[in-house]
Ligand binder design. Structure first.
Ligand SMILES: Nc1ncnc2c1ncn2[C@@H]1O[C@H](COP(=O)(O)OP(=O)(O)O)[C@@H](O)[C@H]1O
Ligand SMILES: [Mg+2]
Length: 511
């Protein structure tokens, strides 16, 4: 099936979300749609899926004009979409979710559960979508829930499948698994519209790439004709520095020491199992690892959010094991949390208030219980300027800002008080390139000012770019601490629990 969008314009009030956008998806291709956050990708795809009505423009399916009054029309014509935020019913089983909303004629008025399960098994096998049809969706990890969404679209005979930022929630391994599924889909003649803002991914998987910027198509290219640098420039409209400029670290005193730290998670499982580390002033220690190997709990134990069950945390020579988050803050800890919307911000509150969240009662911003509004506003203006936060005003709720700008609010707040140690967890997850570049430069600048920095990231690129030393975490333990010069390959192996020593042992026992 050939899908053609011609001259699609969609406005929201005075904002032109997509501006005269044309795009053709050929049968059997992976078409990458690349653009920064806010470029208009989701809007365009929602038009194609019949969820939004364009102000102008037309859609052709196999050369025929198509009119979509709603997603039902798009589905009937063979278009499927997996949204950025999944639309599954958590308390239903995989089968129930897949079948939900399908045309009743296909399964008869009474849902034939057995037939549905059999069909799911067939489709699963055909495309390598390994899922247990009887699991409850709420029990499944995100990567598997995504497969359920894909199954659902395929069950409705989707010939063109839209995947909106599918890799944002996936580990590198899960991403590779998804790419394999995408390849098997195109092999069967289906086409995939793959939305992303990640350059490496689109270069790896797409046959053709269309780049959008501020609602317009900048151009269509192929991986062969382009490169990361070229695509970044098309996306952002200026040349982008993809490599973090960084001099050799000049570490001095030890600021943070972890000794045999042990932490259990919410399910009572020991997820941090004897971690010892040492972070010095003037260096960035980056912790690499596939998500879910104890990094989250490790950060929680350091920042006071979770009490360790064993071992010690020492900050500036003082034993702070089990200290409260407030006490850690007072001792000079800055924390960029993994889940910024949950732990880092109060979404309905204004940008200005979020910028002083930790300092509400400080004499600078309040006296005798009354808030000094002008001081709060003035502080906000300074931060907005210094940290390049893009917002119309400091008084709007922080939830109206893009992800990148929300993150800058956190970075601004955390770095604008006296600090000794910065703990940054997944600091650029979900951000656009421009914001990633900014946050990375800022972290290096703090190191150069003599801060001790601990970065935790499941993105190997980020770990490689930022780390002066790299500690690899696997199943709750640090499997090794290496210099970044050992290379991605070696660190990738360590992320799977394989150290040079254990590899050598395996070899000798094999021979
Ligand atoms: N329902 C909506 N109402 C108002 N503005 C919207 C709506 N949906 C998207 N926008 C705006 O349209 C622009 C494009 O958004 P979107 O299509 O989501 O971008 P992308 O998917 O590329 O990140 C953004 O400025 C966004 O704030
Ligand atoms: Mg989007």
């Amino acid at each position: 099936m050939r899908v053609e969008l011609r001259g699609i314009t969609k406005t929201f009030g005075s904002l032109v979300a997509t501006d005269d956008v044309s795009l053709t998806v050929e049968p059997g291709e992976v078409h990458g749609l690349l653009g920064e956050n806010g470029a208009g990708k989701s809007t365009l795809m929602n038009v194609l899926f019949g969820m939004l009505h364009a102000d102008h423009g037309e859609i052709l399916i196999d050369g025929e004009h198509a009119t979509f009054r709603g997603p039902g029309d798009a589905v009937r014509l063979g278009i499927g979409m997996v949204h950025q935020h999944f639309m599954l019913v958590p308390v239903f089983s995989v089968t129930e979710n897949v079948v939900l909303g399908s045309e009743p004629t296909r399964f008869g008025q009474l849902l034939d559960y057995r037939k549905a399960r059999a069909r799911i098994r067939d489709v699963s096998t055909q495309f390598g979508l390994d899922v247990d049809p009887d699991s409850l969706v709420e029990d499944l990890p995100v990567g598997i829930q995504q497969r359920v969404e894909i199954l659902k679209a395929l069950n409705r005979d989707a010939k063109a499948l839209i995947l909106d930022e599918p890799t944002a929630v996936l580990t590198p391994q899960e991403t590779e698994a998804l790419f394999a599924i995408m390849r098997s889909l195109t092999k069967s003649g289906r086409s995939v519209l793959f939305i992303t803002h990640k350059l490496k991914e689109v270069l790896e998987i797409a046959d053709r790439i269309t780049v959008m910027r501020r609602g317009k198509v900048v151009g269509t290219t192929t991986p062969r004709e382009s490169s990361e640098a070229l695509l970044a420039e098309m996306m952002v409209g200026r040349s982008v520095n993809l490599v973090v400029a960084k001099t050799l670290a000049a570490p001095t005193d030890s600021v943070l020491q972890l000794h045999e730290l042990r932490v259990i998670d919410d399910r009572n499982i020991l997820t941090v199992d004897g971690v010892s580390l040492d972070v010095h002033a003037g260096e960035i220690l980056a912790i690499a690892g596939v998500q879910g190997n104890g990094q989250t709990e490790l950060v929680e134990a350091i920042t006071g959010l979770r009490k360790p069950v064993g071992g010690t945390v020492v900050l500036d020579g003082v034993n702070v094991t089990g200290a409260s988050p407030r006490a850690m803050l007072d001792r000079g800890l800055a924390h960029i949390p993994e889940d910024r919307q949950h732990d880092g911000l109060v979404l309905p509150m204004s940008v200005a208030d979020n910028l002083v969240l930790d300092q509400h009662s400080s004499p600078v911003f309040a006296s005798f219980g009354t808030r000094k509004l002008s001081a709060v506003r003035e502080h906000a203006s300074e931060m907005i300027e210094e940290f390049d936060i893009r917002t119309d005003s400091s008084q709007v709720p922080v939830q109206t800002l893009s992800g990148g700008n929300q993150q800058k609010v956190i970075v601004a707040r955390e770095l604008s008080r006296p600090i000794r140690l910065l703990v940054a967890a997944q600091p650029t997850r979900g951000l656009d390139i421009g914001s990633i570049e900014y946050v990375h430069r800022r972290i290096v600048a703090e190191r150069d000012k003599g801060l001790a920095v601990l970065v935790v990231s499941s993105e190997l690129d980020e770990v490689m770019a930022l780390g002066d030393r790299i500690a690899v975490m696997y199943e709750g333990q640090i499997v090794g601490i290496v210099d970044p010069s050992v290379g991605r390959e070696q660190i990738g192996l360590m992320m799977a629990g394989i150290t040079p020593q254990s590899a050598a042992t395996l070899e000798s026992s094999a021979s």
